[in-house]
Write a protein of this length. Structure first.
Length: 153
């Protein structure tokens, strides 16, 4: 599990934030907080028959998201703060189009679901965060926060 955490931290460092990449040894330190900023969001829901509908129109959003690898949680600072505990760092998936870093998480209800950070390789390495619950998928377009990552002490 430590190796998987290290791999995820390394991925986040490689996302293109030069401040992350310049910090020596950061890829091997799982005690970091990484900040992202959303630029837009969209939602998809299941209908009455249980079939997935269409994505909603992409709406602009400027929300801070943190990935805290020391405390094992993801925080989304929307109107209502969303706190997700990471219960498992899943296997990294990669294909010709995407690199997917999935996390099994729980919220206040304790039900497991997946949060994924995806880099779209053929779209200029555009990054997205997906929250995939039973009947809803919430997608945020994200960029690295324009500030240096914060070390957790």
């Amino acid at each position: 599990m430590i190796k998987l955490k290290t791999a995820i931290v390394f991925f986040l460092l490689a996302l293109g934030a030069s401040s992350f990449a310049q910090e020596k040894g950061a890829a091997n330190d799982p005690g970091k907080v990484f900040k992202f900023l959303t630029t837009g969001f969209s939602v998809m829901e299941k209908d009455e028959k249980g079939d997935w509908g269409k994505w909603s129109e992409l709406k602009p959003a400027s929300i801070v998201i943190t990935l805290d690898t020391k405390k094992g949680r993801i925080l989304i600072y929307s109107q209502e703060v969303q706190l997700y505990d990471i219960i498992n760092y899943e296997k990294i998936e990669e294909n010709d189009n995407d690199v997917i870093y999935p996390f099994t998480c729980t919220d206040d209800d304790g039900r497991p679901f997946t949060i994924s950070i995806i880099t779209r390789k053929k779209q200029g390495n555009r990054k997205q965060l997906y929250i995939t619950e039973k009947n809803t998928v919430l997608m945020y377009n994200i960029i690295n926060y324009p500030d240096k990552n914060i070390e957790v002490k």
